[in-house]
Design a protein around this ligand. Structure first.
Ligand SMILES: [Zn+2]
Ligand SMILES: [Zn+2]
Length: 216
């Protein structure tokens, strides 16, 4: 029994589980393996599944292996459709090869590159990885008040919450508007921003009302 056969079996069990099927017989019927009985025995002796009555279930080891596999497969699918713009049906076969090529480390890079997509092109959930957890933690502090911004930093204005509504149109007329890219040049005595070729000075009080997402 080679690794590829085992991988395919793990993937199939994952898929069946997603559809609410846990039956051994269902697995037997869905598998395209030539020697499915031998496969079932191997899965068990390798400590990947447990069988009770008509149920085939993952052990912890089997579960984490299957999860990593499915994650790689679905990220590979996303990569092919979103980045290489390949049509849907060719994606599956190529992604199948890809999942065995992508290393765990590379998988997280691909996930990050794609912006931690939640689903594959077929709308099936992509199991989350370590990179997705980190991303969620980091995403909050990325947007800060301009008053907390470091001198020299570049950012995009995400939103403005003015204390006085009249202030918004004044800021907008200066080019300080959501979406503008700014660089903070100085903080005291007033905040000096650069937008395109223009430099604009604003009061510290107003700098608190402008929220900026840092750009690298
Ligand atoms: Zn898919
Ligand atoms: Zn991720």
């Amino acid at each position: 029994m080679d690794k590829e056969q085992i991988d395919e079996a793990l993937e199939l069990i994952w898929l069946l589980n997603e559809e609410g099927h846990h039956s051994l017989n269902r697995f037997r019927l869905s598998s395209e393996d030539d020697d499915v009985e031998n496969l079932i025995v191997t899965l068990k002796t390798e400590g990947l599944t447990v069988i009770s009555e008509d149920k085939i279930q993952f052990t912890d080891k089997g579960y984490s292996l299957a999860k990593a596999l499915v994650r790689r497969l679905r990220l590979a699918e996303r990569l092919f459709t979103d980045v290489f713009e390949m049509p849907g049906d060719t994606v599956i076969t190529d992604a199948c090869k890809m999942e065995h090529i992508l290393s765990e480390e590379l998988t997280d890079s691909v996930c990050t590159f794609l912006g931690h997509p939640p689903t594959c092109p077929h709308d099936k959930p992509i199991p989350r990885g370590e990179c997705c957890k980190k991303y969620r933690v980091e995403v909050e502090p990325v947007v800060t008040r301009l008053s907390e911004f470091e001198v020299g930093s570049k950012g995009r204005i995400t939103f403005i919450v003015p204390a006085k509504s009249s202030r918004l149109s004044k800021l907008n007329s200066l080019g300080i508007t959501a979406g503008s890219i700014i660089r903070l040049l100085q903080r005291t005595p007033s905040y000096v921003l650069q937008i395109d070729e223009t430099t604009i000075a604003i009061d510290p009080e107003i700098a608190k009302e402008i929220y900026v997402r840092k750009l690298i």
